[in-house]
Design a protein around this ligand. Sequence first.
Ligand code: OAD
Length: 247
Amino acid sequence: MISPSLEHALSSARHCAVLTGAGVSAESGVPTFRSAGGLWKNHNPQELATPEAFDADPALVWSWYSWRRRTVRDVNPNPGHYALAEAAALFPRLTLITQNVDDLHQRAGSSGVIELHGSIERCRCSVCDAPYHGDNAPPTDDVQYCRCGGAIRPGVVWFGESLPMAALDAAQQAAGECDLFLSVGTSAIVYPAAMLPMIARQAGAYTVEINTAPSALAHEMDECITGPSGVVLPVLLETLRRLRGSA
Ligand code: OAD
């Protein structure tokens, strides 16, 4: 599974950047968006994941995100999340960038995770941006309101919205500086996240895709490993331990 080129990259990389997508949480039981049974196969994103959808029917959007919040709270990180958390100690530097709005990387022990698309666990007022005080409470199906009267919205990036500037800047910088870039469990069709592997490749990093099926960018990568991230990432971690002398 591990090619000589990847072994070389694993043993010599000073900075590994990792971009994860919904596939990394699939083995935990969180639905992806576009694979079989994915959320966007059964739901129209225009009706659930745009500011216009929230304005038109806040109750529908809020209850759908409450359902997703319950799903995420009911599951646990899988071996792929844990392998990435442990790999951080084996590279001089590891930057973990995720498109996921679940907190499974953090629950597995990763710190400093760059959340490109926000977090399902951090709601805020849709009018004044004040943080929602009920984030830690059990998810409710009723729309919540801020003191200012504005409806509380999920703290995720919706279609048509900009990514958080600081997160995008940090992700682009890491992609441009790393010498090994792993793109894990993403269909690589949503921009600007999908630019990151290309930025890394153009800057000279060794780029590797880990996915159960080739993504839109598979042909642009130096190497693709086909398989579930919950299996492949632990193998990479074992190899890393062997190469970097940490049993
Ligand atoms: P997608 O659902 O588009 O893609 C998931 C990818 O994971 C696919 O390429 C699958 O082949 C792969 N996959 C599935 N199971 C896997 C496994 N066990 N191991 C490895 N790979 C697996 O999800 P994303 O690429 O994350 O944005 O989607 C990007 C963005 O589109 C999301 O962040 C979300 C969505 O609309 C917003 O909500 C803003």
